[in-house]
Design a protein around this ligand. Structure first.
Ligand code: PLP
Length: 375
């Protein structure tokens, strides 16, 4: 059978009636931008994460840019982030006006290297921006140690980690701010673009609400240099219907990952290894990447083509690390700067992963990989 990379129709089918009614209610209510449906979702999502304030934005990228701005991070300050994230993290920092400082990753997990992070911290450091990549949190205790007694903002990019947990902490609740994305394929996705900024600080929340609304804390009075970036009421209503199911969907992802781990374990000697889960059931597996070490018989790209030919869809997250993207050449980085990020860009392959993926699909994927790897 053909195996898709994600299956949103499967996810939505059981709750389609509820979604239709929620959309119809917004259409009837007439408040399509800002208003009750948005406020209700902001409250529900912030409560689910255990944080005081949620501010819906037009997308996750804006939640990073405007969130940093609301926390006072900007020009003249440095923000430390991993080189191997989705480029939107970097875009958010650049748009805040702060200077991005990239660091390499731990090749076992793909997560930001915290020794390099510590070494990069200095007088100009305005914020640490860990990315909970692929659904696993960067160690909360280690991050909290890094910012303890320092005037440095801790801002989580949790766009791939809705409700992830590690060491007793929930994603988005660690520090001064966090950004989430509700792009359709994220663990919690809307029917378009959407994002949200979480913060425990009353003043940053108020500023963020102003920034997303032309910088106007009250109508036609522009106290801040803002923009237009709101989470649509229709999207908020859809997300409110989906949120109560999120924990179960995450558990299904985690169970599917455990099955992949077991099925793929015999391929370690052939150079095929999943990234390491250090969070147990707190890993929410937005993606399930495996590392494919190249040999004479196969490499990542050839394995991808082989699977494609059998109807198995895969993805590459991400083929070019941030420091090698042409648009950011002026940051001054080049090939060789972040060897682990560069190796993972060449060797990671994301396997089909979605809530409800059948065991038979997991077995078919694992068998296809084993046949390619073991010959
Ligand atoms: C998706 C994503 C974003 C950006 O979110 P958008 O809603 O697409 O703007 C930021 N960071 C990471 C790690 C992401 O995966």
């Amino acid at each position: 059978m053909a195996i898709p990379f994600v299956d949103l129709a499967l996810l939505h089918a059981p709750i389609q009636g509820e979604i239709d009614r929620a959309i119809a209610a917004v259409l009837a209510d007439g408040q399509y931008v800002l208003g009750g449906a948005l406020t209700a979702f902001e409250r529900a999502f912030a409560d689910a994460c255990g944080v005081a304030h949620g501010v819906g934005m037009g997308c996750g990228t804006d939640a990073i840019a405007l969130g940093l701005q609301a926390l006072g991070v900007g020009p003249g300050q440095e923000v430390i982030l991993p080189a191997n994230t989705f480029v939107a993290t970097l875009i958010g920092v650049v748009r805040s006006g702060a200077t991005p400082i990239l660091v390499d990753c731990d090749p076992a997990t793909g997560l930001m290297d915290l020794d390099q992070t510590a070494a990069a911290m200095g007088d100009r450091t305005g914020a640490l921006l860990p990315v909970h990549l692929y659904g696993q949190m960067v160690s909360p205790t280690a991050l909290l140690d890094l910012v303890r007694d320092r005037d440095v903002v801790l801002f989580e990019d949790a766009a791939q980690a809705h409700l992830a947990e590690r060491e007793g902490h929930r994603a988005g609740s660690l520090g001064d701010g966090a950004a989430f994305s509700f792009f359709p394929s994220k663990n919690l996705g809307s029917f378009g673009d959407g994002g949200l900024f979480l913060t425990p600080h009353d003043s940053a929340a108020a500023t963020a609400r102003s920034l997303r609304n032309y910088g106007a804390p009250r109508k036609y009075y522009h106290a801040d240099r803002g923009t237009n970036s709101r989470l649509d009421s229709i999207q908020a209503a859809v997300l409110s219907v989906k949120l109560p199911h999120l924990q179960h969907w995450n558990q299904q992802r985690n169970a599917a990952a455990a099955t992949y781990d077991r099925l793929l374990a015999p391929l370690a000697d052939a150079g095929i290894t999943p990234l390491i889960n250090r969070s147990g059931s707190g890993h929410v597996y937005h993606l399930y990447p495996i590392r494919v070490r190249p040999c004479d018989r196969f490499d990542r790209d050839r394995l991808q083509s082989t699977l494609e030919a059998q109807g198995i869809a895969t993805g590459i997250h991400y083929p070019i690390p941030c420091h090698l993207q042409p648009a950011y050449a002026d940051l001054g980085y080049g090939p060789g700067h972040f060897p682990h990020a560069e190796a993972l860009a060449e060797q990671l392959l994301s396997l089909p992963m979605y809530p409800g993926i059948p065991d038979a699909a997991l077995e078919q994927v694992a068998q296809a990989i084993a046949a390619a790897a073991l010959g």
